[in-house]
Design a protein around this ligand. Structure first.
Ligand SMILES: C[S@@+](CC[C@H](N)C(=O)[O-])C[C@H]1O[C@@H](n2cnc3c(N)ncnc32)[C@H](O)[C@@H]1O
Ligand SMILES: [Zn+2]
Length: 303
């Protein structure tokens, strides 16, 4: 059973209303039931079954985000069993780890962590992992997979709004989230804001692959559950991330062979061939927080 939210992780988040610090007045190291209070406005945020709930106090969502959250809540119990998920995660994780290494001892934020597949893989080696998602049901599935006292904090929040403290993480990762958010500006700015200097940002998002283009698949749309998506080219995503971080690199990964057994998938070699990787299903983008990149433009708004 999930021991609860680690009290040592409260300084990493802040009050969604006025960005004031949150304090816990109890003495437990892990909190399953309790509350934290904003020092500035006094508002109390509940912790239920170990999940810190900030989302209930955030302003009402726009239609696209509300549909996304409702769909993720509903699908949470079966998300991990959808056909492609385990092998997709294995492939993406390998590529992400290459960018994050060494992760030993690092404090990592997983934005849009969903049911925790990535975060759980990082936990044994990382110093701590915070999973943030606006789907409380997905976080509940994540919590059910944690079976001992771990340095993992679960927060329900809309990550487009500022709920993170400055310079609190060594690395931020986000898998398959950017594509579902029509305006990524505040999301990217918040992720940069909470990174420590020289910290690493790594994310993946749907790729507008050459075969999808040739087969006439649209670039934007809504999936069967009503979740909005946008398919990126690698250049497009790199440019967008560069707008916030001042640097970036992006490449397609995840060739559409994921149903083959692992030993039959020559991923690494094939993904290096420029023509072949244009068939990749996902774009991987990385950036680092360098001293010269802009701080201005940080917002607490969500489009
Ligand atoms: C496709 S799922 C990916 C989950 C997980 N990262 C994975 O790769 O399996 C996208 C996740 O992002 C979350 N999400 C989307 N927009 C969000 C936002 N603005 N704030 C917090 N979570 C968000 C959704 O609730 C959902 O769990
Ligand atoms: Zn406050």
């Amino acid at each position: 059973m999930y021991a609860g939210f680690p009290s040592g992780m409260f300084p990493k988040v802040c009050c969604p209303k006025d960005q004031g610090p949150l304090v816990y007045e109890g003495h437990k190291k892990f909190i399953r039931e309790g509350e934290v209070r904003c020092v500035s406005c006094g508002y109390a945020y509940p912790i239920r079954e170990g999940i810190l709930n900030l989302v209930s106090a955030q302003p009402a969502f726009d239609e696209i985000a509300a549909a996304n959250m409702a769909a993720r809540d509903q699908e949470a119990p079966i998300y991990d069993s959808t056909g492609h998920t385990p092998s997709r995660i294995a492939c993406e994780l390998k590529a992400m780890l290459r960018e994050l290494d060494p992760i030993e001892g690092k404090e990592i934020l997983d934005v849009g962590c969903g049911t925790g597949s990535f975060a759980l893989e990082l936990l044994p080696r990382a110093g701590s992992v915070m999973g943030m998602d606006f789907s409380t049901q997905s976080l509940a599935v994540f919590a059910a997979k944690i079976d001992r006292e771990e340095n993992v904090g679960l927060v329900s929040a809309d990550a487009r709004r500022l709920v993170l403290s400055p310079e609190s993480f060594d690395a931020v990762l986000s898998s398959w989230v950017l594509q579902d958010v029509p305006d990524r500006t505040s999301l990217l700015e918040n992720m940069r804001f909470t990174l420590r200097p020289r910290g690493t940002f790594v994310a993946t998002a749907y790729h507008y692959s050459v075969d999808l283009r040739l087969r006439g698949h649209p670039r934007d749309g809504f999936d069967a559950s009503g979740v909005f998506f946008h398919r990126f080219t690698a250049d497009e995503l790199a440019e967008e991330v560069r707008g916030t971080f001042g640097n970036s690199s992006a490449r397609p990964i995840l060739l559409p062979l994921w149903r083959l057994p692992q030993w039959l998938r020559p991923w690494d070699a094939l993904e290096r061939v420029p023509l072949i990787r244009r068939f990749g299903r996902t774009v991987l983008v990385c950036a680092s927080k360098t001293a010269g990149t802009p701080e201005a433009g940080l917002t607490n708004s969500a489009a």
